[in-house]
Design a binder for this molecule. Sequence first.
Ligand code: GTP
Ligand code: MG
Length: 204
Amino acid sequence: MEIKSAKYLISSPKVEGCPKPDKPEYAFIGRSNVGKSSLINMLTNHAKLAKTSGSPGKTQMINHFMINDTFYIVDLPGYGYAKVSQTQRGQWQKMIENYLKQRENLMTTFVLIDSRHEPQAIDLQFLRNLGEWHVPFNIIFTKADKSTQKEAHRNARVFIEAMKKEWEFIPRSFITSAVKFTGRKEILGYIEELNKDFFTEPTQ
Ligand code: GTP
Ligand code: MG
């Protein structure tokens, strides 16, 4: 898929403030600093579309972007950031949970996992939450340029193996680098396929 346009629309503190759910939507979530905003900029080929930062906790609201006037991309705050107050963390968690459970046009949630690490309990727990809430998801391994290709692929495989211990169905996953544009074509192709499902009338 070619990206013809990418526009920032709105930042909402609550799901009620989000744009009308009349287009397919794709949310990006994962630990704080895992590379959500950078990945959105890489996919859309707009270096400054989503705000990125070297320090965690940059993204704080539900941020909608309109792509090609046909679908929405959503940048969400990261989970697991220790330095924000307990109260604020609780509020973010509730905001994310409400958003994911209530957004009827959400085609899939891309859960980002840092490809440099062994499986982390906080990520596996977040996937369990998604399962409990019946939220569809895919996995994106990030920052593949920061280790050797072999190591990034190994960590991805180990994560999927950890998932297999508790999941019957393993969703499609992608290995990416926002610096090298790795995985861009594959993810955009996947979104293009899902977009078709949204616009196809269900047959009786
Ligand atoms: P929060 O919004 O704070 O939760 O963070 P985020 O997940 O949106 O991460 P962000 O995109 O702001 O990136 C965090 C840091 O990682 C920045 O310093 C980025 O430059 C860096 N980064 C993100 N993706 C990549 C990547 O693929 N390769 C490398 N080398 N650095 C990356
Ligand atoms: Mg961010």
